[in-house]
Design a protein around this ligand. Sequence first.
Ligand SMILES: [Zn+2]
Ligand SMILES: [Zn+2]
Length: 361
Amino acid sequence: MPQEVRGVIAKAKGEPVSVETIIVPDPGPGEAVVEIKACGVCHTDLHYREGGINDEFPFLLGHEAAGIVESVGDGVTDVAPGDYVILNWRAVCGSCRSCLKGKPQYCFATHNATQKMTLADGTELSPALGIGAFCDKTLVAAGQCTKVDPAAKPEVAGLLGCGVMAGIGAAMNTGEVGRGDSVAVFGCGGVGNAALEGARLAGASIIIAVDIDDQKLEWAKNFGATHTINSSKEDAVEKIRELTGGNGVDVAIEAVGLPKTYEQAFYARDLAGTVVLVGVPNPEMRVELPFIEIFGRGGSLKSSWYGDCLPSRDFPMLIDLYLQGRLNLDGFVSETIGIDGVEEAFHKMERGEVLRSVVVM
Ligand SMILES: [Zn+2]
Ligand SMILES: [Zn+2]
């Protein structure tokens, strides 16, 4: 029987979100219905509401979530009712050209639920990132459910489903930060601080946080930053060179998505170093760099999608590290709120007051 539950809906561009009744169908073949326990408020949710992703309103927002599988459809064997899971937005297909090359983390044909959730009047909903988790229950592809140790609280575990994974993965997977490396991270919001944490986990010795906001730099110190630079007050590139014997860092991670900070990352890295772009640019932005510098400095310029993570590999591992006290996930949770607090949480995020507000169901 389809179920009626509460969900946070963005009905039209720029309009405040509202809590509405939504209809969740029974899971079909390959699908699962998940009872949501907690879901973090991410910039991408705000981006959807502002029409910055696409025009397929109404959106069911929320995508950084943990919950318990309630029911599964035919043919689902990887998860079962009662499993504690983090939802991911890249359920790999196993058969596209990237998966067949043994690189499922880049899968080009990831799965989402086939059926649609709707409003009470039958209007089809577009779930944010194919998830939609500011709701009591959601319908996803079973592959979007990654089982983890239930000892990790949902308000913390869910954060690995998006921004925190993107940041940690940008350092560990994409940047391949290694023991003794020097790392600089530009932008110390949720993703940037997670990148700092990833660099720390990977054994980096110098970890430099760059931002224009002293509050954020203060937060960064809780996530492994050994040095901080306020780039509105001093030249970030010069200061990074100074901190690294005049050379620049091995890995420079851009977590803002602006040409100016990308250029800073480009020039702040050592010869043969790596630049990782995990910040999301908008379509109008252009980067201009001397072509000879791109060649002459060697190394690599990479982009990091979802931290190049493989949920089945990375989520359980990171939860284990968290439970052992080796990964600071608690520090990302600025506050927990109710399902009716999402609009206010957007404003706090815009004002830079929180790393993550987390809706607890
Ligand atoms: Zn694939
Ligand atoms: Zn997100």
